[in-house]
Design a protein around this ligand. Sequence first.
Ligand code: FPP
Length: 249
Amino acid sequence: MPTLLKKEILDQGDIPTHIAIIMDGNGRWAKARNLPRVAGHGEGINSVREIVRACGEIGVSYLTLYTFSSENWQRPRTEVSAIMKLLLGTIKKEIKNLHKNGVKLSSIGNLEELPKDSREGILNGIEMTRNNNGLNLILALSYGGRQELLMAIRRIADKIQSGEMEKDQISEEKLVNELYTTNVPDPDLLIRTGGEHRLSNFLLWQSAYSELYLSDIFWPDFRENELITAILDYQARQRRFGKTGEQIS
Ligand code: FPP
C-alpha cells in the first residue's frame, strides 16, 4: 500500500505508541511447505524487515519483537544455533539500512546467555544506533517475563538489604525502574500471530492493559496489510483502564 494512503487511513485514529509482537508460526509455515523449520525462520526475517519499515512509516515509536524466549533454549540444539546464526547474519546485513532510517536498536532479556558472536553483533548494532531518534526497535532475546520480575524483585531486595530503600517504599514505579523496559511505555497493542491464544511469558507486567490482537496467520505471512488490519482493529476499541465507558467518553 502506498505510504500516503496508509497514513491517511491510520491517521484517522490513534497510532499505538508501542506495538509488541509474539512472532509465532514459523515452524508450521515451513511444515506446510515440506521445508525444514529453519526455512520458516528465514522467511520470518522478511516479515520482520517489512513490519519494521511499516512501523517506522506509520509513526509507531516502539516495536518490541519476541525473538527468542528464555524457554526457547530447550529447542533442539541445531534449531537454536540456526536461529542464533540467522539473528547475527540479519543484524550484520540490515544494521546500516536500519541506521540510515533512524532506527534505534535495543534489547531486553539476558544477553549474557547468547553465544558470544551473536551477543557482540547485537551490542555493536545497539552502539551504532544509540543516538538515533526514529523507531525504537526492541528485540526480546533470551527474555522471559517471570525471569524479568524475579530479577527486579532481587534488585529491590538488595536495595532494602543495603539500606538504600525501605520496604514501605516499594511501589509500582520502583518495580518498573528495575525492569528491562524501564523508560519504555507499556505496549498499547500486543499482537500474536500463528493462531495460539496465550502470552507465553512475554511482557507479563507490561501487558496488563495492552489490547490483544490474535491472528491465525503464521508469522512469515504477516506483512504490512496484516499490520494495518491489526491497527485498524485496535483503533476501533475503547480502552477503559478499569473505568466505565461513560467515564472515558
Ligand atoms: C516462533 O515460531 C519463532 C521463533 C521462536 C523465532 C523467531 C525468530 C526470527 C524470525 C528471527 C528474528 C530475527 C530478527 C533479526 C528479529 P515457531 O518456531 O515457534 O513456530 P511454530 O509454533 O509453528 O513451531
